[in-house]
Design a protein around this ligand. Structure first.
Ligand code: B12
Length: 208
């Protein structure tokens, strides 16, 4: 694990900011910086699973990532990376207000050059459908942390089909308790267990 990934895992905010700034000054690519941060975030998740970190630390990790993005975004523009890698619409389904994982996914997608339309939390099916019709993304990502909201994901997929939009968008779902079986149940195309899987999936959907 490199120094930046380790600082992220240890939630050492000052060190992270210092390393990101000095990395950019030395010409490091924003994408390499995002990859290191992601490695650190995986470490944060492991420490949470093992009981060493608590919810507050998860939330802090998401806040740090948002702060880093404020530095990375202008750097991406400066480095000529103005062309978007594609558009991804994301949101947490109706009935569910968990957003830490979704925000991490959104930040890493942005860090990888995607235009992210984040609909927020507790998003009803018609809002997802409206956003797909308006923004024409090739990827729609839904987050669900509560098992009883799985029918909501299925409802969104069905509503997309009813509006004739299903064929133009790949649906990816995520959230801690989601599995491949949920993907099949909801009629989604992919289940992304981690944020970086989501980025790889979006890259594939956009032919990269
Ligand atoms: C933090 C938390 C909360 C916080 C949420 C704060 C916030 N702003 O998000 C608070 C305290 C508000 C909360 C409330 C509740 N919670 Co809660 N919560 C959690 C907890 C502890 C951590 C979730 C988390 O953020 N993990 C860290 C992130 C980084 O991981 P992640 O979400 O899995 O995300 C990763 C991947 O899944 C993936 N991913 C995530 N989203 C997306 C989206 C897309 C598009 C893709 C592709 C990938 C992807 O990438 C992420 C990064 O790698 C979990 C326990 C657990 N082990 O998950 C319970 C948990 C999810 N909660 C649970 C419950 C029951 C509730 C409540 C109903 C409790 C209550 N009785 O009031 C309420 C529900 C409120 C509501 N209506 O939504 C249950 C759900 C059980 C179930 N299977 O249905 C869990 C599993 C706890 C448990 N074991 O019982 N909760």
């Amino acid at each position: 694990m490199n120094e930046l990934a380790l600082a992220m895992k240890e939630l050492d905010e000052d060190k992270i900011m210092e390393l990101v700034k000095s990395g950019l000054d030395q010409g490091d690519s924003p994408l390499d910086i995002v990859a290191a941060l992601n490695q650190g975030v995986v470490g944060v998740g492991e420490l949470y699973e093992s009981g060493e970190y608590f919810v507050s630390q998860l939330m802090f990790a998401a806040e740090i990532l948002t702060e880093v993005m404020e530095i990375l975004e202008p750097a991406m523009v400066r480095s000529g990376r103005t062309e978007s890698a594609g558009t991804v619409v994301i949101g947490t389904v109706a009935g569910d207000v968990h957003d830490i994982g979704k925000n991490i996914v959104g930040t890493l997608l942005k860090g990888s050059g995607f235009n992210v339309v984040d609909l927020g939390v507790d998003v009803p099916a018609d809002k997802f459908v409206e956003a797909v019709a308006e923004h024409q993304p090739k990827v729609l990502g839904m987050s669900a942390l509560l098992s009883f909201t799985y029918p909501e994901m299925k409802a969104v997929v069905e509503a997309l089909a009813a509006k004739g939009l299903r064929g133009q968008v790949k649906v990816v779902i995520g959230g801690a308790p989601v599995t491949d079986e949920v993907k099949v149940y909801a009629g989604a195309d992919y289940w992304a267990p981690t944020a970086m899987d989501t980025v790889s999936f979006a890259n594939r959907a956009y032919g990269k």
